[in-house]
Ligand binder design. Structure first.
Ligand code: PHE
Length: 443
């Protein structure tokens, strides 16, 4: 078999992995999930999940990926254990396709907002005007067109392969995104109701801790860290032998959480200052942010810059989702990289169109009370990712030999390896199962 591609530098590894983790999940999904689920209480539970489940599962995915150096399905075929574990691969590929489909719709909104902001949103400035502008746009065919254009851009980047496409782009964009988020966070703190916004985000009200909040926070942690679907198994197959896996896991989780919290610091002060409800759902960021940006000095500059960076951050996430399926089709089904890319993007084009239409013509079409868009989001983040998380944890915890784990975690003190394994054997599988069952109302 041809030698597999590898990321070339240490910065490239971090930029690509953090690039996968940081995206709409942090800036769009985290604030609205926190908003719907009670703010501070949600954040607290979310942080617990990042520490107790997130970091260990990232590490587990890295161990699997770098030991096997294969796609998520092929990895379990190559490593020891029964063939039943291969199901983790199929679960991951399905999740990747569902997520890529609905995610591309939101990324498409971001593209439209970038262009629309260049003309000052056609003069709309009040929240009410921005509100109806968003509703009209998402219900129109324009949003389908943007979804498909966005997927097309993914196709051209992905066809070029790992080093040239993924690594180069991530290196350029991640630092810029951090800088601008910091700037916006400082600006938000000067808004009149900043204190109220910060209180909402940082003061947990324990009475809000319902099973739905736990389930939502768990799904959000998986989604935001890109874990449970083998994305990081696929990427770590491209890591060098010297890359420090635990260090990379901690850095990824840390930076990802920082971006989510910064987004909260940007959005909640604005929500309260502009008299909006934090529980507005998926439209929150799109309706609230343009109002704050317009109020800032050099107002016309900030919206385009922000939406452009968000668009680019989405791109580093979507290429990582697509890479899961592309690596599978090309390595297991022996397709050329171009055909594998075309197939993956083609499937998501069809499903993404359905998701986009669920804000317009298909708005009334619901399954279990959810539109197609919401269903894809729920099934992937809240069901498939945690399910993948349970089995990835059990696999590294019980099936892989300790010597195989140690070989990947060289240099990490034995006590720390022991703690990670404890989380993988017991904490993650038990917590995920309990939250899952109680969140689904089963007890
Ligand atoms: N973590 C990405 C984000 O926060 C989304 C993602 C999920 C990427 C799953 C890859 C795999 O935007």
């Amino acid at each position: 078999m041809a030698r597999r591609a590898q990321f070339t530098t240490r910065l490239g590894v971090i930029a690509a992995t953090v690039g996968s983790a940081v995206g709409l999940g942090n800036v769009w999904r985290f604030p609205y999930e926190a908003g719907v689920n009670g703010g501070g209480a949600f954040l607290l539970v979310y942080l617990l999940f990042i520490l107790a489940i997130g970091i260990p599962v990232i590490t587990a995915e890295f161990i699997i990926g770098r030991s096997a150096r294969a796609n998520v399905y092929g990895a379990f075929k190559r490593l020891p254990g029964s063939r039943a574990w291969n199901f983790i691969g199929l679960n991951g590929i399905l999740a990747a396709i569902l997520i890529l489909s609905f995610y591309s719709v939101v990324a498409g909104w971001t593209a439209e907002y970038f262009l629309d902001s260049l003309t000052g949103f056609g003069g709309a400035s009040s929240t009410a005007e921005l509100h109806s502008r968003f509703g009209n746009f998402t219900a129109s065919w324009k949003s389908v067109v943007w979804t498909l254009i966005f997927l097309g851009v993914n196709f051209f980047i992905l066809r070029r392969g790992v080093q040239k496409g993924i690594e180069r782009m991530s290196n350029m964009m991640m630092p810029l995104l951090f800088a601008i988020l910091l700037l916006f966070a400082f600006n938000s703190l000067t808004l009149p109701s900043a204190a109220q916004g910060l209180e909402f985000l940082f003061t947990p009200d324990f009475s809000q801790l319902t099973p739905t909040v736990w389930l939502g926070a768990m799904g959000q942690a998986f989604f935001s860290l890109s874990i449970g679907l083998g994305c990081l198994i696929t990427y770590s197959g491209y890591f060098k032998q010297q890359t420090k896996l635990l260090g990379t896991a901690v850095t990824t989780a840390g930076l990802d959480t920082l971006v989510a919290i910064l987004s909260g610091i940007i959005i909640f002060p604005a929500v309260f200052s502009f008299g909006e409800s934090p529980a507005a759902g998926p439209k929150l960021v799109f309706e609230v942010l343009p109002s704050i940006f317009q109020g800032m000095t050099l107002g016309r500059l900030w919206s385009p810059l922000f939406f452009l960076l968000l668009l680019l951050a989405s791109l580093t996430s979507t290429i990582s989702m697509a890479e899961i399926a592309i690596a599978y089709f090309s390595e297991e089904r022996k397709m050329s990289r171009s055909s594998a890319t075309a197939l993956t993007i083609g499937i998501c084009g069809v499903l993404g169109t359905l998701c986009a239409l669920s804000f317009g013509p298909l708005g009334e079409f619901t399954i279990c009370g959810m539109t197609i868009f919401n269903l894809f989001d729920f099934v992937s983040s809240t069901v498939l990712l945690p399910l993948g998380g349970i089995f990835i944890s059990l696999y590294v915890g019980f099936v892989l030999k300790r010597s195989a784990v140690d070989a990947q975690l060289q240099g990490v003190p034995a006590a720390v390896v022991g703690a990670v394994l404890f989380c993988l054997r017991f904490v993650a599988p038990i917590c995920i199962t309990l939250i899952f069952l109680s969140g689904l109302g089963l007890f």
